[in-house]
Design a protein around this ligand. Structure first.
Ligand SMILES: NCc1[nH]cc(CCC(=O)O)c1CC(=O)O
Length: 292
């Protein structure tokens, strides 16, 4: 079997597609793969905050055209960049890989809680800003866009005192030595699906889908599905702060969520043997606390 794996051209996207390619190669003898780089419009619009862009699907849509045309067999995405609505004709293989799900601080000036008042913290995400403000509202939160290396360059150039990024991205680029601090779920609930890799394919490729499904980590897949279901239930988009993180621990599924607007956020924490029960509680509590 030879697989054409579609990916965006950023260093992170290439690293992720390679991870998937190498993993699949190990699962089946004789399998070969090539990466097909797709330059999307989203890659070219880097000067505006992400939540002002038309929709999160910008990166994904052009890649789906390539799948539909048969130019690629699979596409690899960061799960957190995948819109909650999957268009007809496409499917996602069950999840088999998740790296660090958390957000991290990168700074040469110390940890988040020891930064001097007025320090400039760079992050492009409304979800992060709202949660970080709740921890420290004496810092200045400033938008930052661009790929991970260019963000780090801006930090090193002194444009920011600290950055908050996804730990997964830094680790996949071999930059874990730059991590100063990891925010746990009580400090900053990550984006739905953060750190997990998504493999998209045409629904018509049933054999390929069945093979990929056999490689999945069902528990992990369940967790990511519940995080995404939270996003769907609350009508999540880039323009509101929303996040969810689930993990299985001690026989129970633990779900941590955040939801809000520009004025306030609501957090929930639930655990149950049945992940659907934890999800239903989180959705009900978030709606109740937010809309009354
Ligand atoms: N929105 C950009 C994006 N999409 C996926 C990652 C990192 C990898 C991941 O979260 O799986 C990043 C960078 C970041 O948020 O710092």
């Amino acid at each position: 079997m030879h697989l054409k794996i579609g990916t965006r051209g950023s260093q992170l996207a290439l690293a992720q597609a390679t991870l998937v390619g190498e993993y699949l190669k190990k699962q089946q003898e004789g399998l070969t793969y090539e990466l097909v780089v797709i330059h999307t419009k989203g890659d070219r619009i880097l000067d505006r905050p992400l939540h002002q862009m038309m929709d999160k699907g910008l990166f994904v849509k052009e890649i789906e055209q390539q799948l539909a045309q048969g130019a690629i067999d699979l596409a690899v995405h960061s799960y957190k960049d995948v819109p909650s609505q999957v268009p007809e004709g496409f499917v996602f293989a069950p999840v088999f890989m998740r790296a660090d799900p958390f957000d991290v601080l990168v700074s040469k000036k110390g940890g988040f809680f020891s930064l001097p008042a007025g320090s400039v913290v760079g992050t492009g995400s409304f979800r992060r800003v709202m949660q970080l403000k709740a921890l420290r509202n004496d810092l200045v939160y400033k938008n930052v866009r661009g790929n991970i290396n260019s963000r780090l360059q801006k930090l090193d150039d002194g444009e920011y005192d600290a950055l908050v990024l996804a730990g997964a991205g830094l680790r996949r680029l071999g930059l874990e030595s730059r991590i100063t601090q990891t925010f746990d779920e009580s400090e900053c609930v990550p984006a739905c699906g953060q750190g997990a890799l998504a493999i998209e394919l045409c629904a018509s490729r049933t054999d390929l889908h069945a093979w990929l499904a056999g490689l999945a980590n069902p528990e992990l897949d369940r967790c990511v599905a519940m995080e995404r279901a939270f996003l769907t239930a609350l009508g999540g988009s880039c323009s509101i702060p929303i996040g969810a993180y689930m993990r299985k621990e001690g026989g129970r599924f633990h779900l941590f969520t955040v939801f809000g607007d520009e004025n306030r956020i609501v957090r929930t924490e639930n655990a149950d043997e049945d992940p659907q029960v934890a999800l239903a509680k989180a959705v009900a509590q978030s709606r109740e606390a937010f809309y009354g």
